[in-house]
Ligand binder design. Structure first.
Ligand code: NAD
Length: 300
């Protein structure tokens, strides 16, 4: 089976590699030549445009940064919907606005093209290991058609509901993950300012009610968890800009449904500030480096 894969960045490349390993033939496109070259190094064949990748795919998979990229890639000139054959299935695995998934799905449906939203969790390590959690919105029969390809990239494939609901599940998950990382970073900064050894605090929290995935797997303090981005100069991983985007998706969704949210917007602004201080392309755990004590003798 040919898969047209569009968007071969930090996540897309290892996902392509796993599709190739599972025996799929992958035709890839990315607007950044270096990103496309990385997919070719994993066994994909490169094409020169979105429309060519869409034409070549029995199944089309997209893994793009945000809603505007997905709109452009599907609905723009020379986009996916101009290339994909009627009757085919497209799977967008980007994290975007649920409303954008619905818009693309509806436009595709009018052209007799089927669409699933299937965002993922697990980060680059999960993409490399082929163990991503994949949350799917759309028709159950379409999910069954996509399942062999999804199973090459992920382990837990969960059908959430109709189109857009995979994205809702994803933004709820990332609201928790983003807020937790800011909370862990604040806690460790306070403890360090009081002279506590972060290794000892990690041991305490890991046995206590504050334990969280953010600390266990992506500890913001360097040198405590070997596989954490912090131990590799905060190389992403999942960038500060992407997490700020995802918290924004959660805040927008809350506004749409008139749900009061207080903690998510605060965490988003902390990440935006970190980004404006040059940490946007670093892993989002680098927010810890931004929360330095101000020092001095100022009154508290
Ligand atoms: P990335 O920026 O590394 O990769 C996205 C790629 O899309 C880039 O190479 C970019 O050049 C390409 N692109 C943009 N517009 C394009 C277009 N019109 N046509 C073709 N290519 C285009 O981002 P990433 O980290 O791979 O994340 C991709 C998506 O997955 C995002 O929505 C992100 O929120 C989500 N996600 C990322 C992680 C993670 O840990 N990185 C984890 C879970 C979910």
């Amino acid at each position: 089976m040919n898969i047209g894969f569009i968007g071969t960045g930090a996540m897309g490349v290892p996902m392509v590699a796993n599709l190739v390993k599972a025996g799929f033939s992958v035709v890839a496109y990315d607007i950044v030549p270096a990103a496309l070259a990385a997919a070719v190094a994993c066994g994909a064949r490169a094409v020169g445009s979105t429309v060519e990748a869409a034409k070549a795919g029995d199944l089309v998979v997209t893994m793009l940064p945000s809603s505007s990229h997905v709109v452009k890639a599907y609905l723009g000139d020379e986009g996916v919907l101009e290339g994909v054959a009627p009757g085919r299935l497209c799977v967008d695995m980007s994290t975007i606005e649920p409303a954008t998934s619905k818009l693309v799905a509806e436009t595709a449906r009018r052209r007799n093209v089927r669409f699933l939203d299937a965002p993922v969790s697990g980060g680059v390590p999960g993409a490399v290991a082929g163990t991503l959690a994949i949350m799917v919105g759309g028709d159950a029969a379409d999910l069954e058609e996509a399942r062999p390809a999804l199973a090459a990239m992920g382990k837990n494939i969960i059908h959430v509901g109709p189109v857009g609901s995979g994205e809702v599940a994803k933004l709820c998950n990332n609201l928790i993950a983003g807020v937790a990382m800011v909370a862990v970073s604040e806690a460790f900064r306070i403890a360090e300012a009081f002279g506590l050894d972060p290794r000892v605090l990690t041991e305490v929290v890991s046995k206590s009610s504050g334990n969280t995935w953010a600390m266990e797997h992506n500890h913001p303090v360097p040198g405590l968890v070997a596989k954490a981005a912090s131990s590799n100069d905060y190389a992403p991983g999942f960038t500060t800009d992407l997490m700020a985007k995802d918290l924004g998706l959660a805040v927008n969704a809350a506004r749409e449904q008139r749900v009061p949210v207080v903690v998510a917007p605060a965490a988003q602004q902390v990440l935006r500030l970190a980004s404006s201080h040059g940490l946007g392309r670093k892993d989002f755990s680098a927010v810890y480096t931004f929360l330095k004590p101000s020092g001095g003798e100022a009154p508290v």
